[in-house]
Design a protein around this ligand. Sequence first.
Ligand SMILES: [Fe+2]
Ligand SMILES: [Fe+2]
Length: 306
Amino acid sequence: MPVFTLAHLSDIHLSPMPRARRRDLFGKRALGYVNWHRGRKFVHRREILDLLTRDLIERKPDHIAVTGDLVNLGLPEEFLRAAEWLHHLGPPSRVTAIPGNHDAYVRLHPEAGTDHWQPFMEANSDGAALMPTPETRFPFVRRFGDVAIVALSSAIPTMPFIAAGKVGEAQRIHVAKVLEELGEQGLFRVLLIHHPPLRDQAGWHRGLRDAAKFTDVLKRHGAELVLHGHNHAQTVHELETATGTAIVVGVPSASEAVEGGVPAARYNEYCIARAGNGWHVEMVGRSVAATPEHVWECERRVLRER
Ligand SMILES: [Fe+2]
Ligand SMILES: [Fe+2]
């Protein structure tokens, strides 16, 4: 198998914020709107995102995974703009997206929300042949040769100041079957989820409510690589599973400027290749550096050697 390159970015928090109509600003959205204009708009900067994505597109990875929080307040106009942004990143056959908690900020009819991203959030024909998608939209499977992407949703609407997520029993049951089946076929399984999947990676008010049960599924059925966002930080964990070590990687926000305008935005690129009976996986981190702002290789690290 030739090397397969998979780029991962997350927590786009697309700006600028569209002008909101008064009737769209109620409850959680009203608080979020104030929050955005008081501070978050200085953190998630469009020019940083554009710099990072230009670099990513130029590197022509085989595939791009976007793990949620594309929008901020769930305004209908935000979903349309995020759909345009996804199309700019690449065609749906080369870009996979899943939602985050900000994409389920308030209860919204899917037609006004994530339905606009549907071409990026569905199985491809090779994936569907392996594992038909259930009645619900998630999980879905996309297969590219020896690499299979299993995409989950942990996005649920919550009360103000709560950013928690949940996989839920139906998805957990289906994901267990999917991981088992793909593992038996000897494929490299990449799992996409917005919230950090392991216990203790986030507190009650912003973590995965069923992290313990979901970790159990991972331990029993295995996965080679688990990619997530939400914490806006670069983290690498290892989880021992029935089929070997699963590497769990969180990526920072793709648009983030930390205090003082210094960029922290980053994406990771994974080079995946067969090595004997196992896999060789190298992670290349590309991040935005300040003065002058440019993208550089901030990390290169072998995650799996076989
Ligand atoms: Fe986020
Ligand atoms: Fe999030």
